[in-house]
Ligand binder design. Sequence first.
Ligand SMILES: N[C@@H](CCC(=O)N[C@@H](CS)C(=O)NCC(=O)O)C(=O)O
Length: 103
Amino acid sequence: MPPETVVVSGGVCRFEAFEMGAVMPELVLYKKDSCPYCQRVMRWIDAEWAGRAPIAYRDIVTEPAAAEELVRVGGKRQVPCLFVDGTPMYESGDIVAYLASLE
Ligand SMILES: N[C@@H](CCC(=O)N[C@@H](CS)C(=O)NCC(=O)O)C(=O)O
């Protein structure tokens, strides 16, 4: 076993899995349906993301807790905002470019 390989209980560690190309970050899109920038991102996801790890949606209109979380973590209520392993990414163009880079 190479020295940089760390085996954890029941499988491979995150780094090792990343090296194998198996790890996708946790992706959560904060959105509201009336927002054209959100629609742009969601249209891209519908067209291009099929078959990949799921992207969770949180709606800041129908889920007040999601709006609170967005402001608490991201510092502003702007949508769309993609949380990548808990780190907020604003701007629809940046979000689409980032998701495309994961393909
Ligand atoms: N440049 C941004 C614009 C996003 C934007 O203006 N979103 C509006 C909804 S359509 C919003 O969240 N406004 C509230 C705010 O900025 O606090 C993008 O492309 O994502």
